[in-house]
Each structure stands twice: as structure tokens, then as C-alpha cells.
Design a protein around this ligand. Structure first.
Ligand code: GLA
Ligand code: ZN
Length: 688
């Protein structure tokens, strides 16, 4: 079942190290710009993202262009053998543009037209803005498209947000007409129109969701979110026209994000769709290391999860486009990375599939809102401080990892994440307001595999399921008939499927399935969920699973067993002694249903059984305690193994085979010690 895919599309055969560089803030300080070039070499960096917010410097007045400064910076970087990721500047536009073409300004959901300000605030439909960005991007491509330093295009910056102006309303209506075949009845049927008299008889009556207007039609909310993704992609596609035209061989990326809270995937855009338009996935990771609400290992597990999702979007290595070498400036508390954490956290990204360690930003700004955000070069302009030294150390380590570039991490286990599902589930009036926690639930299911070093792909519903032995789909509330039938084939063909409470409830229009659970699901699982009992946060119940007692909270499904085997049953309440966990053989495969929200102790034991049954194994076996993570990137001939200690204590680990330490070239075998926050990168030739 292993699949080694090597489809990474940059020609770089080295790990990228560097990051956002904003020389446009320092043009009157040639001494600083000269220091930058010297320091870049001292920091062992090689790649810089330029021009991300440089529009007002590139085009200070409409039609007046200033490229000479950028020519010089690119040439200077090239002189030191560096490479450039060149950005299109649409993430922030000059004031003259907003003043002259107010069309480019956003209107928020309350229908308030926004003033010029901040960044990331353009109307994604505006014809003027689309023309302006294309014009600028064409000039950039013409001027730098064949520069030997150009490695990649960085399109805009962290796309997000939405616009509710009249142009956007019209675009939304056209999108709906297309979707519902120009038949308003189809839209009314899909949105359950007669409820609260929400039937429309003309497209012009449809408005985007708003706190001062329509916000109760779930089908509308869901379609609006889909439209926002499609319209953002359409804006992006418009941006890249000249780049595809003039530089067809330069790969294109845009930097994705995560939500700060729990490091869950960014919510406002469906990245599974966006990914199809990119050559390379890149993302900006800012975990709150050393926080006061979770252990370092808990956070490391979440970092693993989201990396496994972003890597799996294209089943190829990705780029860490931004990270901080020390603190950020926008968390509630902006704590410095402790000594060692920068190398460890950077190597974790590489271990999960990143071919870069890039920072926001190279040099700290002197003014404005990010002047205290961590950067490689601080206001002291020194290369001797701790942060600079730790960055240089990451650089040295990355230089030893060139062979890792382009290698992937085959997995037999997949967990399914679905953006639309989370939108619909969060929108659903019902269950518990604060306890749905779909992405967090996935993290909890991921945990056992992370603790056991078993590689996982976090995939989305469009992807092929058939190469996996085990597919885990917790809380898949929204699921189309098409996906259900693909799940059925997966199990019929020999796959093992795990589903949980609150799954299979609505279709892709957010309309509930009728007649109980979908017939195909009943067939696969041999059960019929009858009721979902939502509990108060302090309520507890227990499940007896294979003779052991496990606590549950938040959700419990009352299940009618048709032909399944009861693996666990409830202990209390009106459904005491009825099935809570079931398994069922369906054709060549097996389907498990977990009816209640059980905790880590249950997941560890439950998944252990599947790990044994399906012979799921780490790519390299190391015996270790909790908080140590072993992740492997695989090439044809070798495994590159990352041994990482995410605890504050020294850890003893036992290697099951001899390996070579990539830093010291020493052979390591048997018992070794990992110091607090230590990472060792070792290699092992494969036995074929
Ligand atoms: C984002 C942006 C950067 C910068 C950083 C700060 O990721 O893309 O421009 O603001 O946050 O953490
Ligand atoms: Zn708009």
C-alpha cells in the first residue's frame, strides 16, 4: 500500500532557509541594506521572499514605476548565491488607488463600506483591482521572469476575508444561477425555502448572509462560504494570468494559514479546492510554544496534525513560508522560544514534509505594528545575539539535509478533514454550542498515531481512499451520497473504516437524510443510530469496551444494533447496556462506529487493536516515552529519521537498528539520550 510520490515542482535541490525580506522599508539606509547581504551569509540563509507589501514603493503614483531598488536587491542576493521568491503585492495597496478607485474597497457583512487601511482588505470582485494587479504582475514577470535568482512566485499574502459590495452580490447571484441551473425553485428546494417564509421568486432578492439581514438559512450560509472560496480563487487565477504566460516554468504558491486557537486549519477558505490551483503548498506556522495551557508535546501533536493535512493536500512536500525565530507580536502573550526550541520546532516542520524554514521576517521593522515581531535581525543589528545564532544553527543543519528535499512520507492511515463539514456543523443549531470541536476531535484521534510514530495522511474527501489500510472519519456530519458510496467501496475492497457520533446527518445541501441513517451506511456498519444525546459539560457516562471502563462526555449516540458486533456498551442512563462501540465486517473490509466522545485513554487502546490487526508500523522503530516523536522522510534508498524530544526532561530512547547521525556522522545504536528539546537527525539505508 505504500506510495512514494515525488511530484515536488521546484528545481531547488537544497532546503530553503530565509524568509520575508522588506528592503523597501530601508531604502534610505544603504548601510542597513549592505549589512543585510553580509548577515544573510552569516545566518546560513539562501532564500528571500520579496515585494510582499511593496506596492506603494513599486508604483508610488499611478503609472509611475520604481523597480531599480528591487533590481539591486535581487542582484545582490543573486551575488551571494541566494534565491528569490517574488511576491505579487496585492496583499496591500497604495492609498492613491483606494482614493481614485473606491471600488477596490471592501464592504463588510453589515454593509459598511470600509475605509482605506491596514492590509488584506480588497474587494475580490472589483474589476479595477483585478486590472491593477494583473498590470503590476505582468511588469514583475517581464522584468524578473528570467532572472536566474527567481525561484518561485508568492501570490499575494494570506488570502482571506470577504466582500459584500454590490459587485460581489451580483457575482454571488451569477454563481448561484450557475449552480442551480437558472431555476430559482432548485435554489428554494436546496435552501428549504418555505421555512420562515424564505422562498425567493427572483434572484435579485438573494443577499449574502449578514448580521443585519439574512443569517438563518443554512444552505445560503454554506453556499456563500463556497462562493467566497471560489471568488478568492478566481481573484488568484486572475493574478497569475501574466505569470503563467511569461514564466510557465516558475512554480506558483500562496501562503496558507492556521487558526491561532488550537492551531486548527484556517476556516474561511476551503484549502482543498485552493490546493488544486497551486504548484506548491506553503503555509505560515506560529504555534504558541511554552504556553500555559498545554504541554509542549500536546502542541507538537497539533503541529504534526496540521502539517500532515497541508502536506496531504497535494501529497508532496510543502514549504514553511513563515515562522518566527523567537516570539510573535500578536498572541495574547508573546513568549520567546527557549534555547533549543527553534531548531527543534523547525526540524519538526521538515520531518512532516517541509522543504524550507522561512521566517517572518528577516529584519525587524523600526516602526508600525510589527516592530516587536520576532525576526532574524533585531534592532541591535547584531549577529551575536541568541536568536541570530540559533537561526544560523538551523541553517547549518538544513545544509546537511539537501537529500531530504523532495522526499515524502508514505502512510497507511488517513484521517479525513473536510472544510465544508466544519462550516455546516458549526452553523447547525443543535448539539452543544461550545462542544462541537470538529477539528479538535480529529486531533484527538490523530494523537495515538503520533505517539506511536505511525505516519498519517490527513486527507480531504476528493482524494483517493484506496491506498490506505485505515481511514478515520470522525464527526462527518455533512456527507454527500457520492462520498458515502466511495466509503462503501473502500470498505468493500478491504479497507478498515472508523466513524463516530454525529456523522452522516446531512447531505451537501445541508439537508438531513430522511428515513433514518443512509441505507448504505446502515449496510456498512450494521447499525442504525437512533438518537444523539448531547450532554452538559459536567455530565459523564462510561463505556465498557472489551472489559475496561472508559469515561465519555459531550456526546453519546443511542444505537440500534442490526448485524454488528458490540465492542463496547454504555454503563449508565436510559441507554445503559446498549451498544456504544460496534464493529462490522462488510465484504472484504471492516467498519467501526464509535458512538460517544471518549477520551485519549480509550483512543490509545482502541487504535492499538487496529494497529495490531492491520500491522501498522512506524517507518523506523524507536522505543520511547511520551513526548518523544519520531518522524521519517523516505527516499528510495534511505530513510531520514527525526528523533525529537518535546519534553522539558532528558529522555532515554532505544533504537531498534543502527543509524548514522547526520550531524556528526557517528553510528548510533541501542540506548541513546535526548536532552530537553533535543532533535537528532539520523539516516538509515533501506534494506530492499
Ligand atoms: C502573517 C503575515 C505576515 C506577518 C506575520 C506576523 O503571517 O503574512 O506579513 O504579519 O503574520 O506573524
Ligand atoms: Zn466586493
Amino acid at each position: 500500500m505504500s506510495h512514494l510520490k515525488k511530484t515536488y515542482t521546484t528545481e531547488a535541490k537544497f532546503m530553503l532557509h530565509g524568509g520575508d525580506y522588506n528592503p523597501d522599508q530601508w531604502l534610505d539606509r544603504p548601510d542597513i541594506l549592505a549589512d543585510d547581504i553580509t548577515f544573510m551569509q552569516l545566518a546560513n540563509t539562501n532564500t528571500f521572499s520579496l515585494g510582499i507589501f511593496a506596492w506603494s514603493t513599486l508604483e508610488p503614483e499611478e503609472g509611475v514605476y520604481q523597480f531599480d531598488w528591487l533590481d539591486k536587491v535581487i542582484n545582490d542576493i543573486h551575488q551571494i548565491d541566494g534565491r528569490v521568491i517574488l511576491a505579487t503585492p496585492s496583499g496591500a495597496r497604495p492609498a492613491w488607488m483606494s482614493q481614485k478607485y473606491p471600488d477596490v474597497l471592501r464592504v463588510n457583512a453589515s454593509r459598511v463600506k470600509q475605509l482605506h487601511g491596514a492590509r488584506h482588505n480588497h474587494c475580490f470582485t472589483s474589476e479595477v483591482y483585478r486590472e491593477q494587479t494583473q498590470k503590476m504582475n505582468r511588469l514583475l514577470a517581464e522584468r524578473y521572469g528570467s532572472h536566474p535568482a527567481l525561484l518561485m512566485w508568492h501570490i499575494s499574502n494570506e488570502y482571506g476575508g470577504e466582500c459584500h459590495c454590490e459587485n460581489c452580490q451580483n457575482a454571488f447571484r451569477s454563481w448561484l444561477k450557475e449552480k442551480y441551473n437558472h431555476d430559482i425553485k432548485q435554489l428554494n428546494d436546496a435552501w428549504w425555502g418555505p421555512f420562515w417564509s424564505h422562498t425567493f421568486n427572483d434572484w435579485s432578492q438573494v443577499e449574502s448572509p449578514s448580521p443585519i439581514g439574512e443569517n438563518a438559512v443554512h444552505g445560503l450560509n454554506l453556499d456563500w462560504r463556497r462562493f467566497v472560496t471560489d471568488q478568492t480563487i478566481s481573484f488568484f487565477e486572475n493574478e497569475i494570468v501574466p505569470l503563467k504566460d511569461l514564466t510557465p516554468n516558475i512554480p506558483i504558491t500562496t501562503n496558507f494559514m492556521a487558526e491561532t486557537h488550537d492551531l486548527i486549519p484556517f476556516q474561511s477558505l476551503d484549502y482543498s479546492k485552493f490546493a488544486q490551483h497551486l504548484d506548491v503548498i506553503s503555509w505560515d506556522a506560529y504555534p504558541a510554544w511554552h504556553n500555559d495551557w498545554e504541554s509542549t508535546a500536546d502542541l507538537a501533536m497539533k503541529v504534526g496534525f496540521i502539517n500532515d493535512l497541508y502536506r496531504s493536500l497535494k501529497q508532496q512536500p510543502f514549504l514553511l513560508m513563515e515562522s518566527t525565530p523567537s516570539a510573535v507580536n500578536w498572541h495574547n502573550v508573546n513568549k520567546a522560544k527557549r534555547p533549543g526550541m527553534h531548531l527543534l520546532s523547525s526540524m519538526q516542520m521538515v520531518a512532516h514534509g517541509s522543504d524550507s524554514i522561512l521566517y517572518f521576517q528577516w529584519r525587524k521593522s523600526r516602526g508600525s505594528s510589527e516592530k516587536f515581531h520576532g525576526a532574524v535581525v533585531d534592532h541591535d543589528n547584531s549577529t551575536h545575539n541568541r536568536v541570530f545564532q540559533e537561526v544560523a544553527e538551523v541553517g547549518t543543519t538544513l545544509q546537511q539535509l539537501s537529500d531530504v528535499v523532495g522526499t515524502n512520507r508514505p502512510a497507511d492511515v488517513a484521517i479525513l478533514y473536510d472544510w465544508e463539514n466544519n462550516w455546516a456543523l458549526n452553523d447547525a443549531q443543535g448539539f452543544g454550542r461550545a462542544t462541537k470541536c470538529y477539528p479538535q476531535t480529529l486531533q484527538q484521534h490523530y494523537r495515538t498515531f503520533w505517539e506511536r510514530d505511525i505516519p498519517v495522511d490527513v486527507i480531504t474527501k476528493e482524494q483517493d481512499f484506496s491506498s490506505y489500510k485505515l481511514l478515520i472519519i470522525p464527526m462527518l456530519y455533512l456527507v454527500s451520497e457520492e462520498t458515502i458510496s466511495r466509503l462503501k467501496s473502500f470498505v468493500a475492497g478491504g479497507g478498515t473504516l472508523v466513524m463516530t457520533y454525529i456523522s452522516g446527518i446531512v447531505n451537501e445541501y445541508d439537508l438531513t437524510y430522511m428515513g433514518g441513517w443512509h441505507q448504505d451506511l446502515q449496510e456498512i456498519f450494521g447499525i442504525k443510530p437512533l438518537e444523539t444525546d448531547t450532554l452538559y459539560p459536567s455530565d459523564r457516562n462510561r463505556v465498557n469496551y472489551r472489559g475496561q471502563i472508559y469515561e465519555l462526555k459531550d456526546y453519546a449516540t443511542v444505537i440500534e444494533n442490526q448485524s454488528a458486533r458490540t465492542e463496547g456498551f454504555y454503563q449508565e442512563d436510559f441507554y445503559a447496556q446498549t451498544p456504544a462501540v460496534t464493529s462490522s465486517q462488510y465484504k472484504q473490509g471492516k467498519a467501526y462506529y464509535i458512538g460517544a466522545r471518549l477520551q485519549d485513554d480509550f483512543h490509545r487502546d482502541f487504535y492499538q487493536t487496529l494497529i495490531d490487526e492491520l500491522s501498522l508500523a512506524p517507518a523506523f522503530v524507536v522505543q520511547h516515552g511520551r513526548g518523544v516523536s519520531v518522524q521519517v522522510r523516505q527516499a528510495e534508498e534511505k530513510n531520514y529519521i527525526f528523533l525529537m524530544n518535546f519534553t522539558e526532561e532528558e529522555q532515554q530512547v532505544t533504537l531498534k537498528a543502527a543509524v548514522k547521525d547526520m550531524a556528526t556522522e557517528e553510528e548510533l545504536k541501542g540506548n541513546i539520550t535526548l536532552a530537553k528539546y533535543e532533535v537528532k537527525i539520523v539516516e538509515k539505508r533501506k534494506v530492499h
